[in-house]
Design a protein around this ligand. Structure first.
Ligand SMILES: [Zn+2]
Length: 167
């Protein structure tokens, strides 16, 4: 799923939680894609930029290690265990955001799926649909994803309106 969709949907899905936990959840939902976004910006500014260059870096440890780490169900489970033992509102938000991102990405990546339990096992579970590969349903998923984004934005707008104009 697109990084902005992770942020929009997480913000809407955590409406019942305290603000600090909610903001942390959005940070957690965006964080797994930050290494890739940073790599893209750096590589795009190079004179030899090409998508092939990006794909090459996608597999290199400098990008693959932080990306795998932040998308790993194993790592998220360890963090969830830590938050269960030592509860903290911001930690809870981060774990919710990271966990939601890991689950959604597992369902929406096919040829670029990440090792589920990295680094303890190399298993790669391919999702039923890809958010970007047309041969794996990306066209209808694009509509579904952005439809959800619009619903979530409408819900957030309604909440803001109720809070500030009907108080
Ligand atoms: Zn991701």
């Amino acid at each position: 799923m697109q990084t902005y969709s992770h942020a929009i949907l997480t913000w809407a899905a955590t409406a019942a939680l305290p603000p600090a936990t909610r903001i942390a959840a959005v940070v957690g939902a965006v964080l797994p894609d930050v290494p890739m976004i940073v790599a893209f910006v750096i590589l795009k500014s190079r004179p030899d930029w090409s998508w092939q260059l990006f794909e090459e870096y996608y597999e290199r440890p400098v990008l693959a290690v932080p990306t795998n780490l932040l998308h790993s169900w194993f790592v998220v489970s360890l963090l969830a265990l830590a938050i269960w033992l030592w509860p903290h509102p911001i930690g809870l938000g981060l774990v919710l955001g990271l966990g939601g991102h890991a689950i959604v990405d597992t369902l929406t990546h096919v040829s670029d799926a990440r090792p589920l339990l990295w680094p303890i096992a190399p298993w790669i579970v391919r999702g039923p649909v890809s958010y970007w590969e047309p041969q794996y349903g990306a066209r209808w998923f694009f509509l579904f994803e952005h439809g959800l984004d619009l619903l979530a934005l409408a819900f957030t707008g309604l909440q803001v309106w109720q809070r500030f104009f009907r108080a």
